[in-house]
Design a protein around this ligand. Structure first.
Ligand code: PLP
Length: 399
């Protein structure tokens, strides 16, 4: 053991929350993390849904090395460079909206900031509607629309004005849209940090209609759901609803920091040059990693893998629910983005700690941490899923 925890305690801000008390990692390969004693852990947390191609996929690593030797940074404001433009071209191909253009940044919260600013700017209407239980990030703008855990907001008032937090109820949304000056409406197609709660297709369709009828820009926050976790590039594609703006981050660059705010050319044309920006956004190395990630997903048919193995995992988790109905309240989610709701935080902690001892990394989600999430890399193997299921079943039997 390196005792990173002991060293970290005197130099790291205590604000950093941790799922585990004492877990130290030296390396990652494929679906595994490796500690300083060389012990391998099956990683079904994947860096909180970031390592979509597994840890250190050779093609992603090669793209990073290749780019690092050519150009580390220049800023798109200073000069055009290949990796930024190439990635934007590739995002245009997979984005659900027509003629999508990209603003690149470094994280999910920045992608959301960009989306909210774009919605306000393009419509010249100040109001933003978000939903109870949503998570959109930690910067003050993104935090203002985040309610998955109210403690995230404590101590930061006043937050952004003219933000309306609605329940998943179309009548309430209609009332808000018709009585206020609303520029944008933001929702995650599956509430991620809110507990892996799927929003119904009919609800997303209803939002699209309300937005169309009232000149409101519909933003889908696909930071966690996007880049293949649900078996499609974007979770909203299952509902067949096309948003005006989409936010992406997490898995897009297999773990390198990158985010994107995508919108159709007509909307982007309303965002004047200089109205938003970023020094590091769309860093060449991160963009190269992202392009390689998208290529690996296509070549290795990882959307199909996520759909197929996700269905297999869900079926098996549902069988465990039947066997442990006193413990498991629900199994939710889609593809390889699945949540097991235990309805209480304490057993979740016991189970994830037990699984870690047995070399399986699982983390919690949900307002009170009552849900265990399964979000492995998209190239996870069936044998790895079987092993995770066996450890999880053993953990359930021990709680
Ligand atoms: C849906 C969603 N939006 C935004 C964010 C914020 O992303 P980041 O932590 O990269 O800032 C997250 C992070 O969990 C998220 O799940």
């Amino acid at each position: 053991m390196k005792k990173l925890k002991a060293r970290g305690q005197s130099v790291l801000s205590p604000v950093l929350g941790k799922y585990f008390d004492d877990f130290e990692v030296a390396a990652g390969r494929g679906s595994y993390l490796i500690d300083y004693r060389g012990q391998k852990y099956l990683d079904f947390a994947a860096g909180i849904a970031c390592n979509v191609t597994g840890h250190c996929h050779p093609k992603v690593v090669a793209a990073i090395k290749n780019q690092a030797e050519k150009l580390l940074h220049v800023c798109i404001g200073v000069a055009y460079y290949e990796p930024y433009v190439k990635l934007a071209e590739e995002l245009q191909k997979i984005a659900p909206m027509k003629n999508a253009q990209a603003f690149l940044c470094q994280s999910g919260t920045e992608a959301v900031e960009a989306a909210v600013k774009l919605a306000k700017y393009a419509t010249r209407k100040p109001g933003i509607i978000a939903f109870q239980g949503g998570f959109h990030g930690r910067t003050l703008g993104a935090l203002s629309i985040t309610t998955s855990k109210m403690k995230y907001r404590d101590g930061y008032a006043p937050l952004l004005p003219e933000v309306y937090i609605a329940p998943l109820d179309l009548r309430v949304v209609k009332g808000l849209i018709e009585s206020r000056s609303i520029g944008g409406l933001i929702i995650e197609p599956i509430l991620g940090e809110g507990g892996y709660i799927e929003v119904e297709n009919s609800f997303l369709k209803g939002l699209r209609q309300l937005c169309d009828a009232n000149g409101v820009l519909l933003i889908f926050d696909e930071v966690q759901t996007g880049i293949g976790h649900t078996g499609q590039w974007f979770a909203s594609q299952h509902a067949g609803v096309v948003p005006d703006i989409i936010t992406v981050a997490k898995g897009i660059a297999s773990g390198l920091p990158l985010g994107a705010c995508l919108a159709g050319a007509e909307i982007m044309a309303k965002w004047s040059p200089g109205a938003h920006g970023s020094t590091f956004g769309g860093n060449p190395v991160a963009c190269a990693a992202a392009s390689a990630t998208l290529e690996v997903i296509k070549k290795e048919k990882l959307l199909q893998n996520a759909a197929r193995l996700g269905a297999y995992l869900k079926k098996n988790l549902s069988e465990l629910q039947t066997q442990h109905s006193e413990l498991i309240k629900a199994v939710r989610g889609r593809g390889l983005m699945l949540g097991v709701d235990l309805g209480a935080g304490e057993p979740v902690k016991q189970i994830i700690n037990y699984c870690l001892e047995k070399k399986l990394v699982l983390i919690s989600t949900g307002g009170d941490g009552t849900v265990i999430r399964f979000i492995p890399p998209l190239n996870v193997k069936k044998t790895e899923i079987d092993r995770a299921l066996a450890i999880f079943a053993d953990a359930l039997a021990h709680v």
